[in-house]
Write a new protein. Structure first.
Length: 135
């Protein structure tokens, strides 16, 4: 089901990166992801590492390349951020062996990752357009 792939935390981090002009967004990731690590079944540090890498690259792209804050840029930030998160999560799960490694390397890995990118980018676009319309 596509809504199972909804990652509200990453969408909120990407939204904060779009709305805030300061680099303090990266500091807000640390306590929240460490709290999320306590309740996840992934190896400790996988979510933190994936979220932090994704947020750093998105922040760098927003500062250097995507200086305009339009809906197209928000869509690009959502796609790039989610793709980097999925890739970093897969890479961190490949490096650290854990008990359910056969689930990660399923042949249909791209279908849930694609749904995750689509659903989370649409949620990011919806929240960003709502925040632009009603500041």
């Amino acid at each position: 089901f596509p809504l199972n792939r909804l990652n509200l935390f990453l969408v909120s981090i990407l939204w904060l990166a779009l709305m805030a002009r300061t680099p303090t967004v990266l500091l807000s990731i640390v306590p929240a992801t460490l709290f999320m690590e306590l309740f996840s079944s992934a190896p400790f540090g996988a979510i933190f590492l994936s979220t932090f890498i994704s947020a750093m690259i998105v922040r760098w792209l927003l500062v250097t390349l995507f200086t305009n804050r339009s809906l197209w840029i928000a869509a690009m930030v959502g796609i790039v951020g989610q793709t980097i998160f999925q890739g970093a999560m897969l890479a961190s799960l490949m490096v650290v062996p854990f008990r359910n490694s056969s689930v990660v390397f399923d042949t249909h890995f791209l279908t849930p990752a694609g749904w995750s990118i689509i659903v989370n980018t649409l949620l990011l676009l919806l929240s960003y357009s709502f925040s632009l319309r009603f500041p």
